[in-house]
Design a protein around this ligand. Structure first.
Ligand code: PEP
Ligand code: MN
Length: 346
């Protein structure tokens, strides 16, 4: 349930409510809004007397949260969640573009692509060093060596780094090097990993599972939020359907649906959604038109030589064109794309 405090409630009254919540075996999650404070009292579903809280000083009202996800829901937090990422804001009116190779393959590859996407207007660099590959014989990523190259790219371009975490044990190493942890589609329901990512409190990009419903994605986000991490962005990356002409089917509906159900930022990955570079720009544009807060796009200077996902990677020139188109569409829907000049060197 949500305990909505009066707008003039004092800090002491808020603390008293938190104490009462915890004394009743519930977790208290305090959300301080511009107008008033809301305290989420989350238990394991066993009934709790509402009157335990309604009569406390400073309390305006107590309302149940009808959705199975609580902290993730718009009911709990009506305003969009916004968090800074090295000079830009994720969520809110501005659109953020993350770009880079599927995998970090070599020092020269990652530096070349980092400069190219920076030049084209990207706000963050992506690149996997631990790769979830369908075949154990496919390239699995460079591991720590790749992180060193990403760190150098960050240092040269000022771009923050997004990379995938596959196992809990990798979190200390990754949080040392990268700005955003990516939880991939295949790990969306790895609950132990979600728990650990929550405890890390590191900004996280959570991708929708290959066959996950919107509600399952939101429940996965709830694991991260309930373990203390509020800096979570969601990512639609295409789902499995009966259609075989593209790698996945972009669930464009999921964007406005998610935006209505949750306060978390919602990104679209047009690369994995389509699996074919020919369609990436069209679907990227569609995502922005549908209300996405950003894009994550695979870019490779030499896609034909890529060790993973070359067929869906844009060359830097095409990516630059997509950024320009994104700016035009953003403007048409009352948004804007952050200029590259907003970057600050870390
Ligand atoms: C990736 O971003 O390279 C990736 C493996 O994505 P997904 O988890 O969406 O398949
Ligand atoms: Mn990929």
């Amino acid at each position: 349930m949500m305990i909505i405090m009066r707008s003039d409630a004092s800090q002491q009254e808020i603390s008293q409510v938190v104490e009462r919540v915890e004394a009743n075996g519930l977790q208290a999650h305090v959300s301080t809004g511009a107008e008033r404070t809301v305290i989420g009292a989350i238990g394991d579903g066993r009934p709790v007397q509402r009157d335990l809280f309604t009569l406390l000083p400073g309390v305006d009202r107590v309302v149940p949260i009808s959705r199975p996800y609580k902290l993730t829901s718009r009911e709990f937090k009506a305003e969009d969640s916004i968090f800074p990422l090295n000079g830009v804001q994720v969520g809110g009116q501005g659109i953020v573009i993350i770009a880079g190779p599927c995998s970090v393959e070599s020092r020269s590859q990652v530096l070349e692509v980092a400069h190219a996407v920076r030049e084209a207007g990207a706000h963050a660099l992506r690149g996997g060093v631990f790769k979830p590959r369908t075949s154990p014989y496919s390239f699995q990523g460079l591991g720590q060596e790749g992180l060193e190259y990403l760190a150098e790219a960050r240092q040269q371009t000022g771009l923050p780094i997004v990379t995938e975490v596959m196992r809990e044990e990798q979190i200390p190493l990754l949080t040392h090097y990268v700005d955003v942890l990516q939880v991939g589609a295949r790990n969306m329901q790895n609950f132990a990993l979600l728990h650990a990512v929550g405890e890390s409190k590191h900004p996280t990009l959570l991708k929708r599972g290959l066959s996950a419903t919107v509600e399952e994605l939101l429940m996965a986000a709830e694991y991260i939020l309930s373990h203390g991490n509020r800096r979570v962005m969601l990512c639609e990356r295409g789902i499995r359907t009966f259609e075989t002409s593209t790698r996945n089917t972009t669930d464009i509906n999921a964007i406005p649906v998610l935006k209505s159900l949750t306060h978390l930022p919602v990104l679209l990955d047009p690369s994995h959604s389509t699996g074919n570079w020919n369609y990436v720009s069209a679907i990227g544009r569609a995502g922005i038109a549908a209300g996405a807060d950003g894009l994550i796009v695979e870019v490779h200077p030499h896609p034909e030589q890529a060790l993973s996902d070359g067929g869906q990677s844009l060359k830097p020139e095409r990516f630059a064109e997509l950024v320009r188109q994104t700016q035009a569409i953003a403007e048409a829907v009352g948004r804007f794309v952050y200029p590259a000049a907003n970057h600050v060197k870390p």
